[in-house]
Design a protein around this ligand. Sequence first.
Ligand code: PGA
Length: 262
Amino acid sequence: MHPRRLLIGGNWKMNGDLASSVELAEEVVEAFEPLRESVDCVVFPPFPYLQAVARTLGNSGVILGAQDCSTEANGALTGDISAEMLVDLGVGQVIIGHSERRQVHNESDSQTCDKVHMALESGLKVMLCVGETWDERSAGRADEIVRRQLKGGLAGLAKDRVGALTIAYEPVWAIGTGKSATPKDAAMAHDLIRSDLEDLYDRPSSAAVRILYGGSVNAANAPGLFAHLQIEGALVGGASLKSGDFASILGSAATSFQGRRG
Ligand code: PGA
């Protein structure tokens, strides 16, 4: 099988301002240019800066992403942003079910699932995040939680839609803590996700799905993670705000892909 190109996502979360977002986008474009044949890249700026970042990305090949979308198409939902609005701004991919949505905003698997359907129907690609907390892991429930979030988030999704998904395995205890999962542990979780996807759908329809790791990925630990074939990229938070670190992660992913191609 041909190896899938690795995908590196920069999740900027609620950081920066207009000027710094445009500057960061410029730096990402510059870092991506020499690597574009060997890696895919998406950035997820805060909503208010999407348009400005879209202009900066232009036709660089860096995909414009958004951090969330509503379960609904439109209506009286103060503060929410619809998938169609994102499409209108040139967004190509949306993060759904990030642990900060699940934990801080109490989002359920069923809301996550509604968002997945809405985003895909609107023509967006989806990055669905799954991952256990430390307590769940300590109780030996990590696999069960990841499976529940995966099945819950994809409930009712037709086989022909699966190709538009990316799954990000993001153990909650590793996010923003500086404590990344070991590459081996991450690879094991990815194996579980891959086999569940193949059970839920089938191998050909889930073949296009990349499984990324997220949680304290940085320039130093990226090469070790990408040494595992199961890890097909990274969703990067803190380190994506430093263009030098993000560039280095992009470079590691490109090198890993070249190695996988042999
Ligand atoms: P982190 O965040 O890299 O800062 O741990 C990752 C994420 O939340 O996607």
